[in-house]
Design a protein around this ligand. Structure first.
Ligand SMILES: C[S@@+](CC[C@H](N)C(=O)[O-])C[C@H]1O[C@@H](n2cnc3c(N)ncnc32)[C@H](O)[C@@H]1O
Length: 253
């Protein structure tokens, strides 16, 4: 039995995510209705966004769960893939699945609201699919994402969005009683405001099928040449450094 860890800033919403994704979901997540029905469409949107430079792009999937998106990205030609999740046991499922296909992906367990165990500017792209609404402190998580992205790098967010009254009712219900870590759904406009608050520039947002929004945000570059034309550029591949001391579990699939 793996214990619920002591989180640096504990909250019951995170404990709800952890319990669900560490103990219940590893056995059943891939069979969930949203994973079978919704997710393939969302994955296609992400993959299309990253083509054609996908093979040279360093990608981190935050809240990667069983590694479904990582697998799709690898099938589309991505070679520099990393994933992180709060729940070590769901990462074991991802590691097994990815190992079976011979895909090499770096997987680490960590709380994105606390610390992403990579050096500054380690990635060209970070994906956040179905995870934003799990964060109790979304600005802390987005701040960590910003830190590990290179200047000019992209954050791709996909998250469910509902009509305002439905969203408000759901949020009120989940505030009282979080369900599988679902805590707070944001409208696309609220998400753009959050992104701006932590220093991202949202360059595009649109509806993305089955009640989701898709947003592309840039970490502004300090280099004016990159600001002009560098949206999809990849910097030379710099090595990903190992987890700092006292960090988190690391697996290779
Ligand atoms: C709804 S699932 C989405 C999983 C995956 N991105 C997908 O598309 O299937 C949410 C995931 O986010 C993870 N998660 C929730 N809070 C997190 C946090 N603070 N840090 C890292 N991962 C987190 C959960 O453990 C879970 O695996």
């Amino acid at each position: 039995m793996v214990d619920v860890p002591t989180f640096r800033k504990p909250d019951r919403y995170k404990a709800s995510s952890y319990r669900s994704y560490n103990f219940k979901m590893p056995a059943c997540y891939d069979a969930c209705i949203w994973v079978k029905g919704w997710a393939p469409r969302w994955d296609r949107t992400i993959v299309c966004e990253l083509l054609p430079e996908i093979s040279s792009t360093r990608i981190l999937d935050v809240g990667c769960a069983t590694g479904r998106l990582l697998l799709r990205l690898a099938e589309a030609g991505a070679k520099k893939l990393s994933g992180v999740d709060l729940a070590p046991r769901i990462l074991e499922v991802a590691a097994e699945k990815l190992a079976r296909t011979g895909i090499s992906v770096e997987l680490r367990a960590a709380d994105a609201e606390d610390f992403l165990p990579w050096d500054d500017e380690s990635f060209d792209v970070v994906t956040l699919v179905g995870v934003l609404h799990h964060f109790f402190r979304p600005k802390d998580a987005l701040g960590e994402v910003r830190r590990v992205l290179r200047s000019g790098g992209r954050l791709l967010i996909m998250d469910p969005c509902f009509f305002t009254p439905v969203r408000q009712i759901l949020n009120a219900a989940f505030y009282v009683s979080p369900h599988d870590g679902d805590y707070h759904f944001h409208s696309a406009r609220q998400a753009v405001r959050l992104l701006a608050d932590v220093g991202f520039t949202c360059v595009r947002k649109h509806r993305a099928g089955f009640g989701a929004f898709f947003a592309v945000a840039l970490k502004p570059s300090s280099d004016p040449r990159e600001r002009l034309g560098g949206q999809g550029q990849s910097l030379p591949n710099s090595a990903l450094h190992p987890t700092p001391a006292g960090g988190t579990a690391s697996r290779r699939g």
